[in-house]
Design a protein around this ligand. Structure first.
Ligand code: 5RP
Length: 261
């Protein structure tokens, strides 16, 4: 069962990214990986405009992880002189921030952040998400929780009616991997160990297929109560306040109605 599910996960990514072999240029549903990258740049730039307008003086930003977040980071370089501080959600994002000369500090050195900007693997119209495709979910949830607002940036294919077609990443303490996997199997799901991947926190990832994510907040809490689970990749408690979604050559805004301004 496990090898089949691992193959399914690869197929899922392959289909989403339009990757064939080492080339990422084959059109999928009329769209190439080049178009997809342009869309990521487009929402990255829209998020830079958004933080510039909302916080015209000094910026205190939480920074996400992944290819879309990296487009945001590159766009952010033009506001460098106005950035008071950033906190990164991964070593990978931290390295890019430093390379661009953007100040980045440890979360323990800041009291709060204005806004957290990050991508998602799936998002619903309530702005609840599945995250963790890049194995950074725990730090992402922490930095999001330290921020007043969460802006999700993604292309519109990530918008779904019900979360769960994308396997839910769960970060686990290594010694508890099998224990957690059995508890997840009891939820009628199929956990698959993302072998070879160790998180920035020294932990492992289980990708959980087949979960019914009808009530994201309840399921998030339930999974996070399993001993050995560090973090569940469902972001319902820390849902986004605003989503900027690339659709064709436009950026669509989706806002939570209970959001502060
Ligand atoms: C990393 C994440 C990313 O935000 C998510 O995987 C989306 O990545 P990308 O922008 O590359 O599609 O949660 O842990």
């Amino acid at each position: 069962m496990y090898p089949k599910l691992i193959a399914d996960r690869k197929a899922w990514h392959t289909q989403r990214l339009g990757i064939v072999g080492t080339l990422a240029l084959t059109p999928i549903s009329g769209r190439s990986a080049v178009d997809l990258h342009k869309q990521k740049e487009q929402v990255g730039a829209a998020a830079v405009d958004y933080v510039e307008r909302l916080y015209p003086d000094r910026l205190k930003l939480g920074i996400g992880t992944g290819s879309t977040a990296e487009c945001f980071i590159r766009g952010l370089a033009r506001l460098k002189s106005r950035i008071e501080v950033t906190v990164a959600s991964s070593a990978r994002s931290e390295a890019l921030l430093k390379e661009l000369g953007i100040p980045v500090v440890d979360l323990n050195h800041v009291e709060s952040l204005d806004v957290y900007v990050d991508g998602a693997d799936e998002i619903n119209d309530n702005l609840e998400m599945i995250k963790g495709g890049g194995a950074a979910l725990t730090r992402e949830k922490i930095v999001a929780a330290a921020s007043e607002r969460f802006v999700c940036i993604a292309d519109e294919t990530k918008l779904v009616r019900t979360l769960g077609a994308y396997p839910v990443p769960v970060e686990v303490i290594p010694m508890a991997r099998s224990l957690v996997a059995r508890a997840l199997a009891d939820l009628n799901a199929q956990p698959v160990w993302r072998e070879g991947i160790t998180t920035d926190n020294g932990n492992w990832i289980l990708d959980v297929h087949g979960l019914s994510v009808d009530c994201p907040e309840t399921l998030e809490k339930r999974i996070e109560l399993i001993p050995g689970v560090v973090c569940c990749g469902i972001f319902a408690h820390n849902a986004a306040n605003l989503a900027l979604l690339a659709a064709g050559d436009k950026v669509r805004r989706l806002e939570r109605t209970d959001s502060p301004n």
